[in-house]
Design a protein around this ligand. Structure first.
Ligand code: GCB
Length: 624
């Protein structure tokens, strides 16, 4: 699925801003459907709130009930359309929702146009007929969103009905989940309208390889709307020069002396991006019609050996973070200032990679990773898969579809070097073997160019999914969730962990999570749990072992977590998870400085890098 870019043939209208909003507090949560709230403006069926989009609805207001609301919420907004969108029969008008968590139903002018399951991937509806059928130059968009998670959703959840009326009110229920982040909900990413001609470039698939110094760009373009068309493709370098050209819907472009796409800190000119300009021409009875789309292309290769991860044939060591899409007030809502702050912090830190724990991130994030050279392990929302029933056919089928949507969306990003199909499933349960075998094979079939993994916290000798992954990604919280306070056991336990996994599988290993909570500003020396000193000490102990094993087969370390983030309320969480090396407001804890020293040292040691840190030597991202 192509990211909606403007071009000479495509326009885009952003619908960000305040939408009308109502949560359906009726007992069965179905009043909105019973009364058909989509039929007429929302204000006519009852009171509404103003709700910002994109944003989670949870933390914007002062209402505790709305914060924890489970069920259907209704969004509505009217959009005025340019006349040519509604009058020109050769224009196709598309409504695109970047992410609606979790299940969404969409109406335009009261007519059902789309339904989508899954909170982290975009979906769209062709609404041309609806907006071109009458004299109206505006349309009313209604989106009902349900955040309920069940045994077969991704992530899974359970609704617990509390029936003891001596303890709970009538029909009382709570949403339970098996993951450690708040189930924020709403319209989390931009909602837009865009146009294409009625015959249009529907999708482009690009893979790249190298033959000596010549870059090879293999492309495949799919067209909708007509079978008779001409296609021209032009590959531009960063200066705008055309370096290769082709025709037809598939082919191979050759780029002599190609500039490769290198990760941040691996090359003095990281993240080199070419632009693939695609021009479609169709002859119609009314004359000729054109569509134009330009896709950024990074030429790079990825390969895995039994103890290395190779990018462009050179060993790559992941030194980075795990993130969340999470911040004050907006919850999981997309926000440009926050995004830039996060990227500036990654550059400052010397991080060359992150994992999209535990769900796909916004497309704008992936674009920035391409532009800055931040390598991505792209994870599906397969988190919290714990119960036996979450391995059944219905769950598997949905998981396969989610991987299809994810690969379709992110396949062209050079920054994405590996897919992660899940995080910490109960992969020792009997049905997990077939489940992960099928899921990983399917993902590889969708994209043979990238390795596939899932992140495990099971034991090396009982994990039934590990045989199918290309890279072992293992999480451990030594001296945190057990052996509390005993920093002295970390080195031995970590070395044992690595040796067991490597001996069993002979595959490269990433320490995909490790860390400790630290309440910012809380100090104690000698270090005690929850102090900044303890967090640093845990990291230091891990680093001693990582420094030995990275000479053998450990190919990366990703701290848990980049920043503090919101979770459900539990006795273990003090307004969220505090394992961030930055606070939720993105201010550094002591551990951030420790990691900064380490990451720059690692980059220096591997010899790729100018010896100074930003902002002095690295080009300001704003000029890239
Ligand atoms: C994990 C999970 C992550 C949690 C983290 C923690 O293993 O993958 O989602 O937040 O541990 O802090 O407990």
């Amino acid at each position: 699925m192509l990211y909606p870019r403007e071009s000479a043939s495509r326009e885009r209208k952003d619908l960000d801003g305040l939408w009308k909003f109502r949560a359906d507090f009726s007992e069965n949560r179905l009043r909105g459907f019973e009364q058909q709230w989509y039929r007429s403006p929302l204000r006519e069926s009852g009171p509404t709130l103003d709700m910002p989009v994109p944003s989670s609805f949870n933390d914007v207001g002062q209402d505790r009930q709305l914060r924890g609301f489970v069920g259907w919420v209704w969004y509505e907004r009217e959009a005025t359309l340019p006349q040519r969108w509604t009058q020109d029969p050769n224009t196709r008008v598309v409504l695109r929702i970047g992410s609606a968590h979790y299940y969404a139903i969409v109406w335009v002018n009261g007519v059902h146009v789309a339904e989508h399951e899954g909170g982290h991937l975009p979906f769209e509806a062709d609404i041309s007929k609806l907006v071109q059928s009458g004299p109206l130059s505006f349309c009313r968009i209604t989106i009902a969103v349900n955040n309920t998670l069940g045994p077969h959703t991704l992530p899974p959840g359970t609704i617990l009905y509390r029936t003891d009326t001596s303890m709970y009110p009538n029909r009382y229920f709570v949403q339970n989940t098996n993951f450690d982040f708040y189930n924020y909900a709403g319209l989390h990413r931009p909602v837009i309208l865009y146009t294409t001609p009625t015959t249009y470039i529907d999708d482009i698939n690009v893979t790249t390889s190298m033959d000596q110094n010549t870059g090879l760009v293999h492309y495949q373009i799919s067209i909708q709307g007509s079978e008779h068309f001409q296609l021209e493709v032009y590959l531009h370098d960063e200066e705008g020069n055309i370096v290769a050209r082709g025709t037809g819907s598939r082919g191979q472009l050759q780029v002599p002396n190609a500039h490769l796409w290198w990760p941040y800190l691996m090359h003095e000119h990281p993240a080199y991006l070419y632009s693939l300009e695609v021009r479609l021409t169709v002859q119609t009875a009314a004359g000729s019609m054109s569509d134009f789309y330009t896709l950024p292309v990074g030429i790079r290769t990825v390969a895995v050996t039994k103890n290395q991860f190779l990018i462009n044939g050179k060993p790559f060591y992941f030194h980075g973070v795990n993130k969340h899409e999470d911040s004050d007030i907006r919850g999981r809502g997309f926000d440009w200032p926050l995004l830039m702050k996060d990227f500036n912090l990654l550059l400052w830190l010397g991080a060359n990679a992150f994992r999209t724990s535990h769900y796909p991130y916004a497309e704008e994030v992936m674009e920035l990773c391409d532009q800055y050279g931040i390598v991505v392990i792209d994870e599906s929302p397969g988190v919290g898969i714990k119960l036996n029933q979450s391995y059944n056919n219905q769950s598997l089928q949905h998981h396969l579809e989610v991987m299809e949507e994810l690969v379709r969306r992110d396949k062209n990003h050079p920054a994405v070097v590996m897919w992660s199909v899940a995080n910490e499933p109960t992969s020792f349960l009997e049905p997990a073997g077939y489940y992960f075998k099928t899921l990983i094979a399917h993902t590889k079939a969708l994209d043979p160019s990238r390795p596939v993994t899932f992140v495990t916290n099971s034991q090396y000798d009982t994990d039934l999914g590990a045989p199918y992954v290309d890279v072992i990604c293992v999480n451990s919280y030594l001296s945190w969730y057990h052996d509390y306070g005993h920093l002295e056991v970390i080195q031995l336990q970590l070395a044992t962990q690595f040796e067991n996994w490597y001996r069993t599988y002979q595959k490269p290993i990433i320490q995909s999570e490790y860390g400790a909570d630290a309440v910012t500003g809380l100090h104690h020396d000698p270090p005690l749990m929850f102090s900044e000193e303890y967090q640093k000490s845990v990291l230091e102990q891990y680093h001693l072992v990582l420094d030995q094993k990275r000479k053998e087969y450990v190919i990366g370390e990703l701290i848990w977590n980049f920043a503090d983030f919101m979770t459900d309320q539990t006795p273990q969480r003090v307004i969220g998870n505090k394992k961030g090396i930055f606070t939720r407001q993105r201010q550094p804890k002591g551990a951030a400085f420790l990691l900064r020293e380490r990451y720059w040292k690692l980059a220096n040691e591997t010899g790729y890098l100018p010896p100074e840190k930003p902002p002095y030597l690295v080009k300001s991202p704003l000029t890239w």
